[in-house]
Write a protein that binds this ligand. Structure first.
Ligand SMILES: [Zn+2]
Length: 328
């Protein structure tokens, strides 16, 4: 049986009679293929629905793939809970323009969702160009981005095989969107129209976002600080789940430097917006992240071996480090 057909049949098997996004996973399928994502990921859907989301106003949008929440004034979290990555993109509005910080997996029609949420002109900027954050870029004309070789390579898009994992058994529990074709799913290419670098500001009118280059998780990772509203958008540099210093393109020592840099910003922000699982966490975690890297470097952290890597446990989050990366 062709692989993609097997995937389709498996997804059919996990379809729910009730497609309501709030209903949570309806069935459990084998997901041994969720590897290198940290310990305890085999039943990831058991954490859903995550209670943290109930603190925010749910905004109705068409379709069932995305859930949208107003997480702060004029800041919307666009969440994809039906797929293992549980990606969160953010639409940030000013008085005159809006910025879409990441575009998700490219499974649902994020362009249509954004059209429903705002009448403002929207530019895209990616927290980094891992494929789960750039899937909807192709739907937008104005795309800000880094001028790195890594970014350019990612902007070229993928074939179907490269991202087939995102739809593989155990990775999706929701019905795929109507009209979505798993056989041709890929990351479509996009063009960066405006280059951004360290310290650049994006004026949305009544709200200014400042770009901080924060390599580590990915070479082109960046954060956005909204000083006026004391918000920090961190992409995958921090979230309440295993943090990756071990994957292709990640850089452990750069990540440690980034953690120290962000910890120094803790006095300037109250709220950290993260790109997976849970949208809003306290800025207290910035100091905890920095302390975590110090603990690892000192050789005093507790870790387990996960898929051949070290996973250091810090309670609400963990840090995965390649075996041999550090001396201790
Ligand atoms: Zn990433």
């Amino acid at each position: 049986m062709p692989l993609m057909l097997l995937i389709m049949l498996t997804c059919m098997a996990c379809q729910s009679d009730d497609p309501s996004p709030a209903s949570g996973p309806a069935a459990v399928v084998d997901n041994d293929q969720v590897e290198n994502r940290g310990a305890g990921k085999d039943d990831w859907w058991n954490a859903l629905p995550r209670p943290e989301w109930s603190a925010f106003e749910r905004i109705d949008v068409a379709g069932h793939w995305f859930e949208v929440y107003r997480v702060r004034d004029r800041v919307y979290a666009i969440y994809e809970p039906g797929q293992f990555e549980e990606v969160i993109s953010f639409l940030i509005e000013g008085d005159e323009r809006a910025l879409l910080f990441d575009t998700g997996l490219g499974i649902g029609d994020i362009g249509a969702v954004v059209d429903e949420l705002t009448d403002l002109d929207v530019a895209v900027l990616n927290s980094h160009t891992h494929y789960d954050h750039i899937g909807g870029n192709y739907q937008f004309d104005s795309i800000y981005g880094r001028d790195t070789g890594y970014t350019k390579a990612r902007a070229a898009g993928t074939d179907t095989a490269t991202v087939a994992e995102f739809l593989s058994p155990g990775w999706v529990w929701k019905d795929l969107p109507e009209g979505f074709d798993a056989d041709t799913y890929r990351i479509r290419p996009f063009d960066i129209s405006t280059i951004v670098g360290e310290g650049d500001t994006i004026d949305l009118g009544g709200r200014t976002l400042e770009v901080l280059l924060t390599p580590g998780h990915a070479p082109d990772a960046l954060c956005l600080i909204d000083r006026g509203n004391r918000l920090l958008f961190v992409g995958d540099t921090f979230y309440l789940a295993p943090l990756y210093t071990h994957i292709e393109g990640s850089d452990y020592s750069a990540y440690a430097d980034t953690a120290a840099r962000l910890a120094a910003l803790a006095a300037d922000v109250d709220t950290v917006m993260t790109a997976h699982n849970v949208p809003v966490v306290s800025s207290d975690y910035l100091a905890e992240l920095d302390a975590a890297f110090d603990t690892i470097a000192a050789g005093s952290g507790d870790y387990v071996q996960t898929d051949g890597n070290r996973e250091y446990d810090f309670g609400d989050f963990s840090v995965i480090v390649r075996e041999g990366e550090i001396e201790n």
